[in-house]
Design a protein around this ligand. Sequence first.
Ligand code: B12
Ligand code: SF4
Length: 467
Amino acid sequence: MNILLVSPKAQTGGLESLRKGNQILQGVLYVAAAAKVSGHKPIVVIADKSCIDEYVQQYRPQIIGVSCVSATYPIAAELLRYVKARYPELKTIIGGHHATFMYKEVIAETGVDYVCRGEAEQVFPALLESLEQGEPHPAIEGIVFFKDGAYHNDGRIAILEDIESIPKITRDLVAPEFSFSPKIVSSRGCPFNCSFCSISAFYGGKYRQRSVESVIADIKDYISWGYDTFWFHDDNLTVDVNWVSSFCDKLEQEKLKISYNCMSRVDTIVKHPDLIKRMAETGCRLISIGIESGIPEVLERMHKKINISQIMKAIKIMNRLSISHNWYMILGSGDEYDTPRHIEQNIRFFSSLPFGYVLISILTPFPGTELFSKLQAEGRIRHYNWADYDVTHCVYEPLGISHQALERYLPKAYLKVYLSKGWKLIPLFVQSFRRKAIRPAMIFSALRVMAANVILGKDMNSALKKR
Ligand code: B12
Ligand code: SF4
């Protein structure tokens, strides 16, 4: 079958809106790879309603699949509704975290034929086989459809037992006009269960790994195609320190000269500083690490399972290594710590820390998370305008501050945290320009936002004229 897979042409708010162009979501590439090894002809494009006709005419699909997160769901939904009306003969399917948790609403709002709840590598090819055999309503747990007034196959989220044999993503899966850069996934899932993160709900706490050998084999292939820089999309690459250690050994033994970026945790860095050093020696150039809050009670409620002393130690360790580090901060806690006093305390904490990049988000209740259930039960979700679930809008009603005031803290927090670095900002920016992580236009936009915030009291999105 010819399959058109779509990564939505959607730009989310805040800093993401400064990113040039759109990226193809890696998840949809894995869907395409699985379809290809099962003998189908998939092609991945970036599209919205306005340009989908062009691709339908070019690739003549029998099925259109769309991926999305909550923030890009409105674009995906608009596209699906259009396709249903314009090409009723085509089967449609949607997948990703948002569709997995909101499948009933998604089916009702878009008329999509199927929702893939969970990982697609087994269930999507199984659906394609059934469709080829003329069976549009197969019993495949995870492939949900609505028929005769009931939802079918929605008993569980489809999660693979083993990810060793998932097909590799390749350039030919992507339409030639779009760029492709190989991302690596060595593991899926995370054994932690932070209250704001949809990963534990999606994977049901299941953590699976690929062997070092198969990841190295992929890297070798990608090197032979001219790539030498890789993002590990693992939620937390360092869950299994022995795995990482063998991976570093293998990179060295095989003399593979690569750069790689990944995500880790404060506690692992503190417990295993030598491992991080080893990663630096074998090409790790950037590690992203979630701190989220400097308020111990908030960390506790988030089930973050880290403490302030570990945070301080981890920063010291990272500063000693020739590795860039990017730390995450969350404004808002969803409970009684949502007051100006505590938000300012958190900003002061981050401003006092001697570290590199900080990415600041507003606490966002994503479907499937503990936070979402809690705020929903308390009647404190303000709305379901999903485009605003982009970590720069406050979509819940905070207890001790207005949502507008919380949003206005975002540019303020960036300003305070970055200005606290003083002259150290200069080498940081020089390094970022070199790594092409930021462009001059981004700096101007950031300055514009900060000026609008300080002088006119605007939040980040209204200063950037985003919704
Ligand atoms: C890397 C990453 C990014 C990268 C993406 C780079 C890229 N080219 O893919 C960047 C930095 C750009 C990014 C941005 C954002 N991200 Co992000 N990101 C991730 C992360 C860590 C990994 C994504 C990944 O590759 N996963 C591995 C793939 C294989 O899994 P998957 O995407 O789920 O796909 C599988 C299934 O879902 C299913 N599937 C998916 N699509 C489809 C489609 C069809 C047709 C079918 C049948 C099946 C199917 O099959 C796939 C294979 O098994 C995830 C966390 C996670 N574990 O997923 C967060 C995550 C997806 N991101 C999240 C968010 C919030 C964002 C932003 C909105 C943040 C922002 N500041 O604006 C933006 C949105 C950008 C956009 N336009 O979509 C949230 C989404 C939660 C939600 N419900 O919305 C997540 C879950 C993290 C979290 N906080 O919990 N992100
Ligand atoms: S925030 Fe990080 S550590 Fe916590 S559950 Fe999500 S991926 Fe795991």
